[in-house]
Design a protein around this ligand. Structure first.
Ligand SMILES: Nc1ncnc2c1ncn2[C@@H]1O[C@H](COP(=O)(O)OP(=O)(O)OP(=O)(O)O)[C@@H](O)[C@H]1O
Ligand SMILES: [Mg+2]
Length: 461
């Protein structure tokens, strides 16, 4: 066979020689070559098709995913090109505007706004922040019922693969919804505050009730014996009046003597001092209770003076000891000066009550001891310097069941007439107002120990 130039394209026309299986001008090897090539192309085509179908399926899948996400977003969403022409919107925007994507696509994003002023404003913002994100910009959009609804918009520029700005993605939420959510939150907060105030109020009423009941109980006793005494005195006064009338009327000595016996004048005179003393005592006790109440209610009096707590403690001890027996020993261990600010008078009241309580508690002991120990603690990062003063006596201590009650108003284990039970509750309030704490406990070595902790003044933290 002569050499043929091998043109791949176009192939020479095929002619039949008349013999079956033989074509004129084409050798068998060329023919085989062509068939082979066709096979290759065909198999490539098949592969391309498979790959294409796979890619198509993936594309559809991701498109479906994006669509489902867009549909589920409750915020409105608009994608537009660089000129503001709408390319895509989500279901929320369709619902909001009452228009579907087909009718919105290609129209201007600015047309979604409710009025010209808002349109101009958004254009201006886009021109200013064309390549930056814009957050929480409140503008009115035209809703499906034609009303202008303020919407809080977030606009983010969209870039292509090489970083070129392609347009904007605008998302937004009607401000009404935000406001409603905010209002619901505020309402819940208000309700909570009201409930808390009610609770506080009922707590206050309960403690006021306890206080009133305590006062009534405390006052009942002295008032009833004052009343009893005064009635007796009134009767005595009547008898004395009759007797004196007889004396001044010049009755005979014999008659006067009879009258004296009948009216039991001598017994009456013997009773008088006790009746008067009892009345005075009852009146004094009432005055003490009222005084205590006055101290108790004077909680808002603001005094802010510099004073020395060491001096206050020493004075309190000497005042209490004036009335105490010699067997009452007080041992001090404290710095020479303890500078503080607040009310020296109120602090003295606290210290006197603590010392007086210790003296009362140790009354049965052959030797009465009170140890007063004051230690200064340097300030830390979280707080300034403080002083801790403890009062430890050698009395019987506080019964376990009484420990939680000792700071309650009117709690007292003392005999009627010896204590109002207001001392520690008043002290508690005073110490608190001075930024401190007071606590009661039983000392492991016996006796009660009261500890007062207070902030110091003029000592660096
Ligand atoms: N050092 C102490 N040892 C044992 N018990 C104490 C001591 N200090 C206080 N208490 C108990 O705490 C109670 C309440 O004390 P508080 O000072 O409040 O009132 P009071 O001393 O009874 O009366 P007031 O102080 O009004 O004269 C006392 O009655 C007592 O039972
Ligand atoms: Mg007391």
């Amino acid at each position: 066979m002569p050499d043929q130039p091998r043109h791949p394209d176009p192939l020479p026309p095929l002619q039949h020689t008349g013999h079956p299986g033989e074509l004129v001008g084409v050798g068998e090897d060329v023919w085989m070559d062509v068939i082979h090539k066709m096979d290759e192309v065909y198999s490539d085509l098949l592969q391309y098709e498979v790959a294409l179908e796979e890619k198509n399926a993936k594309l559809e899948e991701s498109q479906q995913f994006i669509l489902s996400v867009l549909t589920s977003i409750s915020d409105i969403l608009v994608v537009c090109d660089r000129h503001g022409a709408i390319e895509e919107v989500n279901r929320s925007l369709e619902d909001f505007t009452g228009r579907d994507l087909d009718s919105l696509r290609g129209t201007s994003v600015f047309e979604l706004l409710a009025d010209d002023q808002a349109r101009a404003q958004l254009r201006h913002l886009f021109s200013l922040f064309g390549d930056q994100a814009l957050h929480d910009c409140e503008l009115p959009l035209r809703a499906r019922d034609g009303s202008a609804v303020p919407v809080s918009l977030n606009c983010t520029p969209r870039f292509n693969a090489v970083g070129k700005a392609m347009g904007m993605v605008v998302t937004g939420r009607p401000v009404g919804e935000l406001k409603r959510a905010y209002q619901a939150l505020r309402q819940a907060h208000e309700d909570l505050k009201r409930t808390q105030q009610q609770l506080l109020h009922s707590e206050k009423m309960a403690s006021l009730g306890r206080l009133v009941a305590g006062v009534a109980h405390e006052l009942n006793n002295p008032i009833s014996f004052i009343l009893g005494n005064v009635h007796a005195l009134k009767r005595y006064a009547g008898r004395l009046e009759s007797y004196l009338g007889a004396i001044h009327g010049g009755d005979s000595a014999e008659h006067l003597a009879q009258l004296r016996t009948r009216l039991r004048i001598d017994r009456l005179l013997g009773d008088l001092p006790a009746l008067i003393d009892g009345t005075i005592e009852g009146a004094e006790r009432t005055r003490d209770i009222v005084d205590g109440l006055k101290r108790f209610s004077a909680i808002d009096r603001e005094v802010n003076e510099a004073f020395d707590l060491a001096e206050v403690i020493e004075r309190a001890v000497s005042w209490v000891r004036r009335g105490a027996r010699d067997s009452f020993h007080v041992r001090f261990s404290m710095p020479r000066k303890i500078p503080m600010t607040g009310s020296a008078g109120q602090m003295q009241q606290v210290m006197m009550n603590l010392v007086q309580n210790a003296w009362d508690a140790t009354a049965e002991q052959p030797e009465q001891w009170l140890d007063i120990l004051a230690e200064v603690e340097a300030g830390t990062d979280t707080g300034g310097a403080r002083v801790r003063v403890s009062f430890h006596d050698n009395g019987p201590g506080i019964a376990a069941q009484h420990l939680p009650q000792v700071f309650d108003p009117f709690f007292s284990t003392k005999q009627v007439g010896k204590g109002t039970g207001l001392g520690l509750s008043i002290s508690y309030g005073i110490i608190e107002r001075h930024g401190g704490r007071i606590s009661a406990a039983n000392h492991p070595a016996g006796g009660a120990i009261f500890t007062v902790e207070l902030p110091l003044a003029g000592v660096g933290a």
